[in-house]
Design a protein around this ligand. Structure first.
Ligand code: EPU
Length: 422
């Protein structure tokens, strides 16, 4: 039976919240493990549905997987390179990392088109272009990809867009290729660095991650290893925004503050009082009215697209008009109509821009999580609003936020789940 999340608004947040391992790193690290010839142990795995779907795919591939609390041991020794076409592939976008990993390991992969949040068009042409540059041929018929190569040979690949997915997928395909691969205009997001770190521990030879140019010298064999996932900068950013709106004193623990520079400086510009203490950030209650701000999403280290949605909810509480310019996913504005149902005053121009007239009173009502970060934006609206907010389609939220209801209740919020009839 589907569930909704209900939130009784108006309760202040206090205490400490521990941030889980990064979703967007985890969803690439899990497929990356199959390149090894022995067991790989990953620590800090978040409790999210995307992980469950990837583990389902590992089982289909005949990997031996053991998950105990937040660590997972994956032994790909008896892997079978079967066609990936089950429902699990369509549950998330990151299933496409099996393309690079299986191609790198077997020089052949067959899988159906991946799923993921509907944020407007999300092509994978750059991934495909990268595989082709390494010598693969691609057939695509009725939603199924068949990608194969006699030999994978290193090459120079320039990405027209610094795509996170393409950068990681090409790394996965190239680590066992013959010779040198150079990825130019590579993504610099911390998650790409985390994946490269795991691959390096497995024996891969990768240089330049975190810069525009990544150089990979292919190796013949990759071994098992241990790896701890970096903290989730988007989950951390979401709780920073929650605390900025409703916190008295909230400690956000297990963060790499540097990963959040863009958000922190924008929150400070709004007048949020916060302090960095080692690997945690303390947010103090609001002492003044929040000021309106303008943001433009960009690739890392610019302002992350994933946080513009929850930040939009905070902007509804600022004095004056704020704006969001989206340069990564031009249609990532579905949260605006939902927030307007609760009393927000947001104009979406249709040209990848929204204007948020602030200082609006939000009222609890029924809203729909149209995608993961829209879900986070609505949870915040529920925390702020008068009365009870009911959020449907919460499977989007459970895809990416580890026990959000539990973590928020521990901070003093009133949030619970209820089953509803289909
Ligand atoms: N793009 C192309 N062709 C490609 C690949 C990407 O045109 O072959 C475009 C996309 O359509 C988009 C832009 O390039 O306009 C950037 O896409 P990118 O490939 O960097 O994004 P992604 O790898 O699909 C990851 C995260 C997203 C996050 C973006 C941007 C994962 C699983 N997803 O997506 O996370 O928004 O990077 O940082 O890592 C989320 O967590 O809510 C989420 C959607």
């Amino acid at each position: 039976m589907p569930e909704v999340i209900k939130i009784e608004g108006g309760h202040r947040l206090n205490g400490m919240v521990r941030i889980s391992g990064s979703k967007n790193a985890t969803v690439a690290l899990i497929p990356a493990t199959i390149l090894a010839d022995g067991p790989v142990t990953i620590f800090g795995v978040p409790e999210i549905n995307d992980v469950d779907a990837l583990i389902e795919l590992l089982f289909e591939l005949n990997a031996d997987v053991k998950k105990v609390k937040d660590h997972v041991v994956i032994d790909p020794s008896n892997l079978k390179n079967i066609m990936l076409e089950s429902e699990a592939v369509g549950k998330l976008r990151a299933s496409y990392y099996f393309m690079g990993a299986l191609l790198g390991k077997y020089k052949h992969v067959r899988m159906k088109i991946p799923g993921g949040c509907n944020l407007g068009p999300r092509p994978i042409d750059l991934h495909i272009k990268g595989f082709e540059a390494l010598g693969a041929t691609i057939e695509y018929e009725e939603g199924l990809y068949d990608i194969k190569a006699d030999r994978l040979i290193g090459n120079k690949i320039y990405l027209d867009i610094a795509s996170v997915g393409a950068t990681i997928n090409i790394m996965l395909a190239a680590v066992k290729a013959e010779g040198r691969t150079i990825i130019e205009n590579a993504a610099k997001e911390p998650e790409t660095i985390d994946v490269a770190n795991l691959l390096t521990k497995m024996g891969a030879k990768i240089r330049g991650v975190g810069t525009d140019t990544i150089t990979i010298d292919g190796v013949k064999k990759l071994n098992g290893t241990f790896h701890e996932i970096i903290p989730d900068r988007i989950e951390a950013g979401t709780y920073l925004i929650f605390a900025a709106a409703m916190g008295n004193r909230v400690v956000i623990d297990n963060v790499i503050p540097q990963h959040l520079d863009a958000l922190i400086s924008k929150l400070e510009e709004m007048g949020v009082d916060l302090e960095l203490v080692n690997d945690s950030i303390v947010v103090y209650g609001r002492k003044q009215n929040l000021k309106s701000i303008n943001i433009k999403t960009q690739t890392y280290p610019g302002f992350p697209t994933d946080l513009q949605q929850p930040l939009t909810t905070l902007m509804t509480q600022a004095i004056g008009q704020s704006s969001v310019k989206e340069t990564i996913y031009k249609e990532r504005f579905k949260h605006c109509a939902e927030l307007n149902k609760m009393g927000a005053d947001i104009l979406e121009t249709g040209y990848a821009q929204s204007y948020i007239n602030g200082n609006t009173k939000l009222k609890g009502t029924k809203v729909q999580a149209t995608d993961l970060r829209c879900g986070a934006a609505l949870v915040l609206a529920g925390l702020i609003a008068d009365g009870v907010t009911e959020i449907s389609d919460i499977y989007h939220i459970d895809r990416g936020y580890d026990e959000i209801d539990l973590k928020l209740n521990e901070l003093g919020a009133k949030i619970w789940r209820e089953s509803i009839d289909d």
